[in-house]
Write a protein that binds this ligand. Sequence first.
Ligand SMILES: Cc1ncc(COP(=O)(O)O)c(C=O)c1O
Length: 385
Amino acid sequence: MYDPLEPLTVRAEAVVDLAAIRHNVAALRSRVESAQLMTVVKADGYGHGMIPVARAAREAGADWIGAAVLDEALSLRAAGDTGPIFCWLTTPGEPVAEAIAAGIDLSAAAPWEIAELAEAVTDRPARVHLKIDTGMSRGGAVPEEWPALLRAAQLEEKAGRIEIVGIWSHLASSDEPKSPVNEAQLVNFVSAIDVAASLGVDPPLKHLANSGGTLALPETHFDLVRPGIATYGLSPFGHALPSSELGLRPAMTLRARLAMVKRVPAGAGVSYGLTWTAPRPSTLGLIPLGYGDGLPRHASNSAPVQVAGRRRGIVGRICMDQCVVNLEDDEAMAGDAVVLFGAGANGEPTADDWADAAQTINYEIVTRLGARVPRRYVDTAEATG
Ligand SMILES: Cc1ncc(COP(=O)(O)O)c(C=O)c1O
Protein backbone atom coordinates (compact mmCIF):
# COMPACT_ATOMS: atom_id res chain seq x y z
CA MET A 1 0.00 0.00 0.00
CA TYR A 2 1.36 3.45 -0.88
CA ASP A 3 2.43 5.56 2.12
CA PRO A 4 0.94 9.05 1.57
CA LEU A 5 3.22 10.44 4.29
CA GLU A 6 6.50 9.77 2.46
CA PRO A 7 8.64 12.91 2.01
CA LEU A 8 7.57 15.30 -0.69
CA THR A 9 9.90 17.61 -2.57
CA VAL A 10 7.80 18.94 -5.46
CA ARG A 11 5.02 21.56 -5.43
CA ALA A 12 2.35 18.95 -5.96
CA GLU A 13 1.95 15.50 -7.41
CA ALA A 14 -0.61 12.82 -8.08
CA VAL A 15 0.92 9.50 -7.11
CA VAL A 16 -0.56 6.52 -8.96
CA ASP A 17 0.06 3.08 -7.52
CA LEU A 18 0.24 0.61 -10.40
CA ALA A 19 0.09 -2.30 -7.95
CA ALA A 20 -3.34 -1.02 -6.93
CA ILE A 21 -4.43 -0.93 -10.59
CA ARG A 22 -3.28 -4.51 -11.09
CA HIS A 23 -4.95 -5.56 -7.85
CA ASN A 24 -8.26 -3.99 -8.94
CA VAL A 25 -8.13 -5.54 -12.41
CA ALA A 26 -7.51 -8.95 -10.83
CA ALA A 27 -10.33 -8.34 -8.34
CA LEU A 28 -12.71 -7.45 -11.18
CA ARG A 29 -11.63 -10.49 -13.12
CA SER A 30 -12.44 -12.70 -10.14
CA ARG A 31 -15.99 -11.24 -10.14
CA VAL A 32 -16.78 -12.48 -13.62
CA GLU A 33 -17.04 -16.11 -14.55
CA SER A 34 -16.50 -16.73 -18.22
CA ALA A 35 -16.87 -13.17 -19.49
CA GLN A 36 -13.87 -11.33 -20.88
CA LEU A 37 -12.67 -8.16 -19.17
CA MET A 38 -12.26 -4.77 -20.83
CA THR A 39 -10.43 -2.12 -18.79
CA VAL A 40 -11.76 1.33 -19.68
CA VAL A 41 -8.93 3.90 -19.87
CA LYS A 42 -10.68 6.83 -21.58
CA ALA A 43 -10.06 10.43 -20.45
CA ASP A 44 -6.41 9.70 -19.74
CA GLY A 45 -7.25 6.69 -17.61
CA TYR A 46 -9.78 8.67 -15.56
CA GLY A 47 -6.95 11.11 -14.88
CA HIS A 48 -4.48 8.43 -13.81
CA GLY A 49 -2.54 8.25 -17.11
CA MET A 50 -3.90 6.17 -19.97
CA ILE A 51 -0.76 4.37 -21.11
CA PRO A 52 0.64 3.27 -17.71
CA VAL A 53 -2.84 2.17 -16.62
CA ALA A 54 -3.40 0.19 -19.82
CA ARG A 55 -0.04 -1.53 -19.41
CA ALA A 56 -0.76 -2.43 -15.79
CA ALA A 57 -4.22 -3.68 -16.77
CA ARG A 58 -2.81 -5.92 -19.51
CA GLU A 59 -0.26 -7.30 -17.02
CA ALA A 60 -3.11 -8.14 -14.66
CA GLY A 61 -5.02 -9.95 -17.39
CA ALA A 62 -7.30 -7.41 -19.07
CA ASP A 63 -8.40 -8.99 -22.36
CA TRP A 64 -9.54 -5.67 -23.82
CA ILE A 65 -8.79 -2.00 -23.41
CA GLY A 66 -11.68 0.43 -23.86
CA ALA A 67 -11.28 3.99 -25.18
CA ALA A 68 -13.95 6.56 -25.94
CA VAL A 69 -12.36 8.57 -28.76
CA LEU A 70 -10.12 7.73 -31.72
CA ASP A 71 -7.11 9.70 -30.49
CA GLU A 72 -7.08 7.60 -27.35
CA ALA A 73 -7.31 4.31 -29.20
CA LEU A 74 -4.62 5.30 -31.71
CA SER A 75 -2.33 6.49 -28.92
CA LEU A 76 -2.67 3.11 -27.25
CA ARG A 77 -1.56 1.39 -30.48
CA ALA A 78 1.26 3.91 -30.94
CA ALA A 79 2.43 3.10 -27.42
CA GLY A 80 2.75 -0.54 -28.43
CA ASP A 81 -0.50 -2.08 -27.19
CA THR A 82 -1.20 -4.86 -29.68
CA GLY A 83 -4.21 -6.43 -27.93
CA PRO A 84 -7.93 -5.97 -28.55
CA ILE A 85 -9.00 -2.32 -28.27
CA PHE A 86 -12.57 -1.03 -28.52
CA CYS A 87 -13.34 2.62 -29.30
CA TRP A 88 -16.95 3.77 -29.29
CA LEU A 89 -17.31 7.48 -29.95
CA THR A 90 -16.72 8.95 -33.39
CA THR A 91 -18.27 11.78 -35.37
CA PRO A 92 -18.88 11.97 -39.13
CA GLY A 93 -15.73 12.36 -41.17
CA GLU A 94 -13.26 11.28 -38.53
CA PRO A 95 -10.25 9.27 -39.76
CA VAL A 96 -11.70 5.85 -39.03
CA ALA A 97 -9.54 4.33 -41.79
CA GLU A 98 -6.52 4.69 -39.54
CA ALA A 99 -8.31 2.90 -36.72
CA ILE A 100 -9.51 0.09 -38.98
CA ALA A 101 -6.00 -0.38 -40.36
CA ALA A 102 -4.70 -0.44 -36.78
CA GLY A 103 -7.13 -3.25 -35.94
CA ILE A 104 -9.17 -1.16 -33.51
CA ASP A 105 -12.76 -2.29 -32.97
CA LEU A 106 -15.33 0.45 -33.57
CA SER A 107 -18.96 1.03 -32.73
CA ALA A 108 -21.83 1.83 -35.07
CA ALA A 109 -25.36 2.88 -34.19
CA ALA A 110 -26.75 4.03 -37.55
CA PRO A 111 -26.61 2.87 -41.18
CA TRP A 112 -24.59 5.97 -42.16
CA GLU A 113 -21.91 4.92 -39.71
CA ILE A 114 -21.80 1.47 -41.27
CA ALA A 115 -21.42 3.13 -44.68
CA GLU A 116 -18.57 5.34 -43.44
CA LEU A 117 -16.74 2.38 -41.96
CA ALA A 118 -17.24 0.27 -45.09
CA GLU A 119 -15.93 3.05 -47.30
CA ALA A 120 -12.86 3.53 -45.11
CA VAL A 121 -11.81 -0.10 -45.41
CA THR A 122 -8.64 -0.92 -47.33
CA ASP A 123 -6.99 -4.27 -46.69
CA ARG A 124 -9.02 -5.71 -43.83
CA PRO A 125 -12.69 -5.53 -42.83
CA ALA A 126 -13.73 -3.09 -40.10
CA ARG A 127 -14.55 -4.88 -36.87
CA VAL A 128 -17.82 -3.42 -35.63
CA HIS A 129 -19.89 -3.60 -32.45
CA LEU A 130 -23.49 -2.59 -33.09
CA LYS A 131 -24.94 -0.38 -30.39
CA ILE A 132 -28.54 -0.60 -29.26
CA ASP A 133 -30.12 2.08 -27.07
CA THR A 134 -31.68 0.05 -24.25
CA GLY A 135 -33.15 3.04 -22.45
CA MET A 136 -30.44 5.59 -21.67
CA SER A 137 -31.20 7.68 -24.76
CA ARG A 138 -27.54 8.53 -25.21
CA GLY A 139 -25.76 6.62 -28.00
CA GLY A 140 -27.21 3.58 -29.74
CA ALA A 141 -29.93 2.79 -32.25
CA VAL A 142 -33.45 3.09 -30.89
CA PRO A 143 -35.37 -0.21 -31.14
CA GLU A 144 -37.39 1.06 -34.14
CA GLU A 145 -34.17 1.63 -36.09
CA TRP A 146 -32.35 -1.48 -34.90
CA PRO A 147 -33.45 -3.78 -37.76
CA ALA A 148 -32.29 -1.21 -40.35
CA LEU A 149 -28.89 -1.01 -38.66
CA LEU A 150 -28.63 -4.80 -38.59
CA ARG A 151 -29.51 -5.09 -42.28
CA ALA A 152 -27.03 -2.40 -43.29
CA ALA A 153 -24.30 -4.16 -41.31
CA GLN A 154 -25.25 -7.53 -42.72
CA LEU A 155 -25.03 -6.28 -46.30
CA GLU A 156 -21.55 -4.86 -45.75
CA GLU A 157 -20.50 -8.02 -43.97
CA LYS A 158 -21.58 -10.05 -46.99
CA ALA A 159 -19.53 -7.67 -49.15
CA GLY A 160 -16.52 -8.43 -46.93
CA ARG A 161 -16.10 -4.83 -45.82
CA ILE A 162 -17.14 -5.17 -42.21
CA GLU A 163 -17.18 -7.91 -39.61
CA ILE A 164 -19.91 -7.75 -36.98
CA VAL A 165 -18.20 -8.80 -33.76
CA GLY A 166 -20.47 -7.42 -31.08
CA ILE A 167 -23.82 -6.13 -29.89
CA TRP A 168 -23.61 -3.73 -27.01
CA SER A 169 -25.31 -1.13 -24.86
CA HIS A 170 -24.69 0.88 -21.70
CA LEU A 171 -26.35 0.88 -18.27
CA ALA A 172 -27.81 4.14 -16.98
CA SER A 173 -28.37 3.25 -13.33
CA SER A 174 -26.03 0.44 -12.32
CA ASP A 175 -24.80 2.66 -9.48
CA GLU A 176 -28.20 1.80 -7.98
CA PRO A 177 -28.25 -1.97 -8.44
CA LYS A 178 -31.82 -2.29 -7.13
CA SER A 179 -33.22 0.26 -9.57
CA PRO A 180 -35.88 -1.24 -11.89
CA VAL A 181 -34.09 0.60 -14.73
CA ASN A 182 -31.42 -2.14 -14.76
CA GLU A 183 -33.97 -4.90 -15.30
CA ALA A 184 -35.74 -2.88 -17.99
CA GLN A 185 -32.47 -2.30 -19.85
CA LEU A 186 -31.58 -5.96 -19.54
CA VAL A 187 -34.94 -6.96 -21.04
CA ASN A 188 -34.44 -4.52 -23.91
CA PHE A 189 -30.90 -5.77 -24.49
CA VAL A 190 -32.00 -9.40 -24.67
CA SER A 191 -34.82 -8.42 -27.00
CA ALA A 192 -32.34 -6.62 -29.31
CA ILE A 193 -30.13 -9.74 -29.32
CA ASP A 194 -33.20 -11.83 -30.22
CA VAL A 195 -34.16 -9.50 -33.07
CA ALA A 196 -30.59 -9.70 -34.38
CA ALA A 197 -30.59 -13.49 -34.16
CA SER A 198 -33.91 -13.66 -36.03
CA LEU A 199 -32.22 -11.76 -38.87
CA GLY A 200 -29.21 -14.05 -38.74
CA VAL A 201 -26.87 -11.73 -36.82
CA ASP A 202 -25.31 -13.49 -33.83
CA PRO A 203 -21.87 -12.03 -33.09
CA PRO A 204 -19.66 -13.54 -30.39
CA LEU A 205 -19.52 -10.52 -28.05
CA LYS A 206 -22.57 -9.14 -26.29
CA HIS A 207 -21.68 -6.55 -23.67
CA LEU A 208 -23.52 -4.25 -21.34
CA ALA A 209 -21.86 -3.99 -17.90
CA ASN A 210 -19.83 -1.07 -16.59
CA SER A 211 -18.33 -1.16 -13.06
CA GLY A 212 -21.72 -1.18 -11.35
CA GLY A 213 -22.94 -4.03 -13.53
CA THR A 214 -19.69 -5.94 -13.16
CA LEU A 215 -19.74 -5.68 -9.36
CA ALA A 216 -23.42 -5.95 -8.54
CA LEU A 217 -25.41 -7.29 -11.49
CA PRO A 218 -23.98 -10.64 -12.69
CA GLU A 219 -26.91 -11.06 -15.08
CA THR A 220 -25.48 -8.14 -17.10
CA HIS A 221 -22.07 -9.78 -17.69
CA PHE A 222 -22.81 -11.59 -20.97
CA ASP A 223 -19.53 -12.18 -22.92
CA LEU A 224 -17.56 -9.11 -21.88
CA VAL A 225 -17.64 -6.54 -19.06
CA ARG A 226 -16.34 -2.96 -19.34
CA PRO A 227 -15.43 -1.61 -15.90
CA GLY A 228 -13.83 1.82 -15.68
CA ILE A 229 -14.00 3.49 -12.27
CA ALA A 230 -13.49 0.28 -10.27
CA THR A 231 -10.16 -0.23 -12.06
CA TYR A 232 -8.96 2.88 -10.26
CA GLY A 233 -10.12 1.51 -6.91
CA LEU A 234 -13.11 3.81 -6.61
CA SER A 235 -16.62 2.59 -5.97
CA PRO A 236 -19.36 3.32 -8.48
CA PHE A 237 -21.76 3.19 -5.51
CA GLY A 238 -20.14 6.03 -3.53
CA HIS A 239 -20.56 5.82 0.23
CA ALA A 240 -23.39 3.26 -0.11
CA LEU A 241 -20.75 0.59 -0.75
CA PRO A 242 -17.23 1.98 -0.37
CA SER A 243 -14.29 0.57 -2.27
CA SER A 244 -12.83 -1.12 0.84
CA GLU A 245 -15.98 -3.26 1.08
CA LEU A 246 -15.62 -4.16 -2.58
CA GLY A 247 -12.01 -5.29 -2.16
CA LEU A 248 -10.73 -2.40 -4.30
CA ARG A 249 -7.73 -0.16 -3.62
CA PRO A 250 -7.85 3.52 -4.66
CA ALA A 251 -4.82 4.04 -6.88
CA MET A 252 -4.39 7.82 -6.74
CA THR A 253 -3.07 10.04 -3.95
CA LEU A 254 -3.01 13.81 -4.48
CA ARG A 255 -0.39 15.63 -2.42
CA ALA A 256 1.12 19.11 -2.27
CA ARG A 257 3.51 21.17 -0.16
CA LEU A 258 2.35 24.23 1.71
CA ALA A 259 3.59 27.33 -0.09
CA MET A 260 3.15 29.52 2.98
CA VAL A 261 1.93 29.42 6.56
CA LYS A 262 0.69 32.45 8.48
CA ARG A 263 -1.18 33.42 11.60
CA VAL A 264 -4.21 35.67 11.10
CA PRO A 265 -6.31 37.48 13.70
CA ALA A 266 -9.98 36.82 14.43
CA GLY A 267 -12.08 38.50 11.77
CA ALA A 268 -9.61 38.01 8.89
CA GLY A 269 -11.44 37.23 5.65
CA VAL A 270 -10.03 34.55 3.38
CA SER A 271 -9.70 34.31 -0.41
CA TYR A 272 -11.85 35.90 -3.16
CA GLY A 273 -15.03 37.40 -1.82
CA LEU A 274 -13.83 36.81 1.76
CA THR A 275 -16.44 34.06 2.04
CA TRP A 276 -14.82 32.70 5.20
CA THR A 277 -13.85 34.76 8.20
CA ALA A 278 -11.57 33.45 10.94
CA PRO A 279 -13.72 33.13 14.08
CA ARG A 280 -10.57 33.37 16.25
CA PRO A 281 -6.83 33.76 15.72
CA SER A 282 -5.94 30.99 13.28
CA THR A 283 -3.00 29.48 11.42
CA LEU A 284 -3.62 29.27 7.68
CA GLY A 285 -1.70 27.20 5.13
CA LEU A 286 -1.50 28.01 1.43
CA ILE A 287 -1.97 24.97 -0.81
CA PRO A 288 -0.50 25.54 -4.30
CA LEU A 289 -3.36 23.83 -6.15
CA GLY A 290 -6.59 25.26 -7.48
CA TYR A 291 -9.23 24.83 -10.12
CA GLY A 292 -6.53 25.32 -12.76
CA ASP A 293 -5.23 21.97 -11.54
CA GLY A 294 -8.68 20.42 -11.50
CA LEU A 295 -9.77 21.01 -7.93
CA PRO A 296 -13.51 21.66 -8.03
CA ARG A 297 -14.31 25.25 -7.07
CA HIS A 298 -17.60 23.91 -5.74
CA ALA A 299 -15.60 22.37 -2.89
CA SER A 300 -14.72 25.86 -1.60
CA ASN A 301 -15.21 26.19 2.16
CA SER A 302 -15.83 22.49 2.59
CA ALA A 303 -13.23 20.05 1.22
CA PRO A 304 -11.11 18.16 3.74
CA VAL A 305 -7.32 17.69 3.57
CA GLN A 306 -4.80 16.06 5.88
CA VAL A 307 -1.78 17.91 7.32
CA ALA A 308 0.61 16.20 9.75
CA GLY A 309 -1.88 13.41 10.28
CA ARG A 310 -4.77 15.77 11.12
CA ARG A 311 -7.93 16.41 9.12
CA ARG A 312 -8.28 20.07 8.32
CA GLY A 313 -10.68 21.99 6.08
CA ILE A 314 -10.32 24.21 3.05
CA VAL A 315 -11.55 27.71 3.94
CA GLY A 316 -12.59 30.40 1.51
CA ARG A 317 -12.92 30.03 -2.23
CA ILE A 318 -10.69 27.68 -4.19
CA CYS A 319 -8.80 29.93 -6.65
CA MET A 320 -7.22 29.03 -9.99
CA ASP A 321 -3.80 28.10 -8.58
CA GLN A 322 -4.21 27.98 -4.84
CA CYS A 323 -6.46 27.46 -1.89
CA VAL A 324 -6.23 27.93 1.85
CA VAL A 325 -6.42 25.37 4.64
CA ASN A 326 -7.36 26.27 8.19
CA LEU A 327 -4.63 24.73 10.34
CA GLU A 328 -6.29 26.10 13.50
CA ASP A 329 -3.49 26.10 16.10
CA ASP A 330 -1.24 23.48 14.48
CA GLU A 331 2.51 23.95 14.27
CA ALA A 332 3.28 24.07 10.55
CA MET A 333 5.70 25.65 8.12
CA ALA A 334 6.06 26.26 4.40
CA GLY A 335 7.06 23.03 2.68
CA ASP A 336 5.00 20.76 4.93
CA ALA A 337 3.09 18.06 3.07
CA VAL A 338 -0.67 18.12 2.58
CA VAL A 339 -2.61 15.08 1.42
CA LEU A 340 -5.72 16.21 -0.43
CA PHE A 341 -7.04 12.73 -1.05
CA GLY A 342 -5.83 9.17 -1.20
CA ALA A 343 -6.83 5.64 -0.33
CA GLY A 344 -7.98 6.66 3.14
CA ALA A 345 -6.02 3.96 4.95
CA ASN A 346 -3.99 6.54 6.90
CA GLY A 347 -6.95 8.68 7.75
CA GLU A 348 -6.50 10.93 4.72
CA PRO A 349 -9.61 12.14 2.87
CA THR A 350 -10.72 10.15 -0.16
CA ALA A 351 -11.96 11.14 -3.61
CA ASP A 352 -15.43 10.34 -2.25
CA ASP A 353 -14.96 12.96 0.49
CA TRP A 354 -14.01 15.53 -2.15
CA ALA A 355 -16.96 14.43 -4.27
CA ASP A 356 -19.27 15.06 -1.32
CA ALA A 357 -17.73 18.48 -0.74
CA ALA A 358 -18.25 19.43 -4.38
CA GLN A 359 -21.61 17.66 -4.75
CA THR A 360 -20.30 15.47 -7.51
CA ILE A 361 -19.03 11.92 -8.01
CA ASN A 362 -15.59 10.43 -7.37
CA TYR A 363 -15.23 9.93 -11.16
CA GLU A 364 -15.08 13.68 -11.67
CA ILE A 365 -12.60 14.32 -8.85
CA VAL A 366 -9.89 12.11 -10.35
CA THR A 367 -10.70 12.61 -14.04
CA ARG A 368 -10.63 16.40 -14.02
CA LEU A 369 -7.19 16.55 -12.38
CA GLY A 370 -5.27 18.76 -14.76
CA ALA A 371 -2.11 18.34 -16.80
CA ARG A 372 -0.30 20.81 -14.51
CA VAL A 373 -0.21 18.18 -11.76
CA PRO A 374 2.61 15.75 -12.50
CA ARG A 375 1.68 12.08 -12.23
CA ARG A 376 4.25 9.92 -10.48
CA TYR A 377 3.99 6.17 -10.77
CA VAL A 378 4.87 3.86 -7.92
CA ASP A 379 4.57 0.13 -7.70
CA THR A 380 4.04 -0.86 -4.11
CA ALA A 381 4.25 -4.53 -5.00
CA GLU A 382 7.87 -3.95 -6.08
CA ALA A 383 8.56 -1.66 -3.14
CA THR A 384 7.47 -4.25 -0.60
CA GLY A 385 9.23 -6.97 -2.56
C1 LIG B 1 -19.39 2.86 -23.02
C2 LIG B 1 -18.79 2.80 -21.66
N1 LIG B 1 -18.49 1.60 -21.13
C3 LIG B 1 -17.96 1.49 -19.91
C4 LIG B 1 -17.70 2.61 -19.14
C5 LIG B 1 -17.14 2.44 -17.77
O1 LIG B 1 -18.05 2.92 -16.79
P1 LIG B 1 -17.68 2.90 -15.25
O2 LIG B 1 -16.56 3.85 -15.07
O3 LIG B 1 -18.92 3.33 -14.58
O4 LIG B 1 -17.29 1.50 -14.94
C6 LIG B 1 -18.01 3.87 -19.66
C7 LIG B 1 -17.80 5.09 -18.85
O5 LIG B 1 -18.69 5.83 -18.59
C8 LIG B 1 -18.57 3.97 -20.96
O6 LIG B 1 -18.87 5.17 -21.48
